[in-house]
Design a binder for this molecule. Structure first.
Ligand SMILES: [Zn+2]
Length: 374
């Protein structure tokens, strides 16, 4: 009888401990900063397919945008959090982005939306006129983080006004909003749970002073899963990169989203020599004359390739321009997924898995840098 009582008491203690543990579990994914939340009361529904990553792992998706224009849209699944950084390149990209992202975000909730800067190729999907659903209309966005500065005259532009209207409507519906400068003031770090952190990097100057161009106002984000780091700098250019290096203790990174689509003005030595990227993804319509007819300056530029080649040959590009005038484009690597499981990295592409240096386009239009010579 005494033995039975002891066993019952032990079972009771065990049951209490179990319920206590589950309380702690439900708190995972909480934020260090207020608002938003990686957990909407346990209502996060996971689609039962192999695409969904398990807790603690990260998948970073660089999306094709469904047209011949260069632009950025990065979807990240980090533990329980769905994160979207930017939504370019045109308003017409919204359907392409939505049909891709909705495969993963089955509960319709984006825990974080980061809008790096006020250029169409980054925020068109958030800045629609009222008759068109923006991504703010299509998803419930818990926390919105955006640029702290704009250039002079920008506030009079229709697309910017559309952005503010759409963003403010989402805030009205309950979203928490921080500018990058406010994030930095509050410490900059968001705890995504499962040992994953997301840091909005400091750029005091460009978050507080209006500069000549929007690019250096870009919100810069570092994600770290305890084993690897991943860096996103929007369209930050040389001066912005110098400030970034000066003001932050940047680690070496597994992945770097090429600054400004592989432009000659970005991904400079000052930044690359610190972060030493192992994988570089370029979001652009490769070889397109959209911004310049000078072939060596078309994205990804020869100068960018020369600089990056000192650190890695694992360079991937989303889309390639076939005939700009005829609106013809194709996937290069297509949608690019960088998957991290237990610290192991896999690169998955919806089209070819060839590195940039092995593509037909590269062989025709670019000079092989010394570091990439056999
Ligand atoms: Zn851009």
């Amino acid at each position: 009888m005494k033995k039975l009582r002891v066993t019952l008491a032990l079972l009771l203690v065990l049951a209490m401990l179990t319920s206590l543990c589950s309380c702690f579990d439900s708190g995972s994914g909480g934020l260090k900063l207020g608002g938003g939340g990686g957990d909407d009361g346990g209502a996060v529904k996971k689609k039962k397919n192999e695409n969904v990553v398990v807790e603690g792992d990260i998948e970073i998706h660089f999306l094709e945008l469904g047209n011949k224009y260069t632009g950025d849209c990065t979807y990240i699944k980090a533990g329980e959090n769905d994160i979207l950084i930017d939504a370019g390149s045109k308003v017409s990209s919204i359907d392409t982005i939505n049909s891709y992202v909705s495969q993963y975000v089955t509960d319709g909730i984006l825990e974080y939306v980061i809008v790096t800067h006020a250029h169409e190729d980054h925020y068109a999907g958030f800045a629609t006129k009222t008759s068109i659903d923006s991504l703010f209309d299509l998803y419930e966005c818990k926390t919105i983080i955006d640029f702290a500065q704009i250039t002079k005259g920008k506030s009079d532009q229709t697309m910017y006004k559309n952005y503010i209207r759409e963003r403010d409507a989402e805030i009205e519906k309950g979203a928490t909003h921080y500018t990058a400068a406010e994030c930095v003031e509050m410490g900059g770090e968001f705890d995504l749970g499962d040992g994953i952190t997301m840091t909005i990097l400091d750029s005091f100057y460009y978050y507080n002073v209006s500069s000549e161009g929007e690019n250096d106002h870009s919100v810069c984000t570092l994600i770290d899963d305890g084993k690897n780091s991943y860096l996103f700098t929007g369209d930050l250019e040389k001066e912005g990169e110098e400030k970034l290096v000066e003001m932050n203790d940047l680690p070496e990174v597994k992945l770097f989203k090429a600054g400004h689509h592989g432009s000659k003005t970005s991904s400079n030595d000052v930044l690359l020599s610190v972060i030493k990227p192992e994988i570089v993804c370029v979001c652009c319509c490769c070889g397109s004359p959209q911004y310049t007819s000078t072939i060596e300056n078309q994205f990804p530029t020869q100068q960018f390739i020369n600089r990056v080649s000192k650190y890695t040959d694992a360079v991937y590009v989303t889309t390639i321009c076939v005939d700009y005038k005829e609106d013809k484009f194709e996937s290069m690597n297509g949608n690019i997924i960088i998957r991290s499981q237990d610290g192991e990295i896999t690169v998955i592409c919806s089209a070819s898995t060839d590195k940039l240096k092995d593509t037909k386009w590269f062989k025709e239009y670019r000079t092989v840098p010394d570091e990439w010579k056999e």
